[in-house]
Design a binder for this molecule. Structure first.
Ligand code: CU
Length: 173
């Protein structure tokens, strides 16, 4: 897959360090549909209108006989999407880019608050609870899988780590 640096929106300059590591092509791939992989519980975190970055969560089921990896995503709702992981390091919650998330044959992997997630950077419009956001998942075999994620207000359900995570996105330089 060709990886290239797209022009960065000024609001995203603080995320440049992340993006240079975890850049994902924003060009939709003319790829075949993913076979044998299903998605459940796809959701996107709602936020205030000023929010330019948010996270998406979902559960992947690999019903096929082959291992496959989620390698990225794109969405019409955001300028960029990338795979991230929230980790606790020396008592501080940080997030870091993840190049791929393997889903072994017959296995399931959940992207959830406080762990693996999809970052949506450069939101094109505010996301309101109840709306649906299309996210196209990209896999290691070159296939893609479009999913519809429901926008949910997850702020009240988050714990301290997740709040720290949200702030980290805003404060990262
Ligand atoms: Cu993140």
């Amino acid at each position: 897959m060709t990886r290239r640096l797209s022009s960065l929106h000024p609001l995203l300059t603080s995320l440049a360090i992340i993006l240079t590591v975890a850049i994902v092509s924003i060009s939709p791939l003319a790829a075949r549909a993913t076979e044998g992989v299903s998605v459940e519980q796809a959701m996107v975190r709602a936020g205030p209108p000023s929010l330019s970055t948010t996270a998406a969560y979902l559960t992947l089921h690999n019903n096929s006989g082959k291992n496959i990896s989620l390698t990225g995503a794109h969405s019409p709702a955001a300028q960029e999407a990338s795979l991230h992981e929230t980790v606790l390091s020396d008592g501080v919650t940080k997030m870091r880019p993840v190049p791929r998330v393997q889903v072994a044959a017959g296995a399931s992997v959940t992207l959830s608050p406080g762990g693996l997630h999809l970052m949506l950077n450069g939101l094109r419009q505010p996301l309101h609870p109840g709306e649906s956001v299309e996210i196209v998942l990209e896999f290691s075999d070159g296939s893609t899988l479009p999913v519809h994620a429901e926008v949910r207000d997850l702020r009240d359900g988050g714990h301290d780590h997740e709040h720290a995570h949200e702030h980290k996105h805003e404060d990262m330089h």
